[in-house]
Design a protein. Structure first.
Length: 76
């Protein structure tokens, strides 16, 4: 079962226009296919639905906060 832990953030220059950070769409598509439109090596560029990452990351933060609270309770 693959998760956001398997994503590899990268820095890139988009067609010489600007420098940014993100992910390779085909790698995201392997883990979260619903977050990517297009197909690897197609004539059209793939695109990532970065706004949809917000809900995914909020869920991860919530899970981490629950885990931290549980571990802090164990220490007492």
């Amino acid at each position: 079962n693959r998760t956001i832990d398997d994503l590899k953030p990268i820095e890139y220059d988009f067609m010489g226009r600007f420098h940014d950070m993100g992910f390779l769409a085909h790698e995201v598509q392997e883990i979260f296919p619903f977050l990517v439109s297009g197909h690897k090596d197609d004539n059209n560029l793939q695109s990532i639905k970065y706004n949809s990452f917000i809900a995914l990351l909020v869920k991860e933060i919530q899970d981490l906060k629950k885990r931290v609270a549980f571990l802090e309770k164990q220490d007492k």
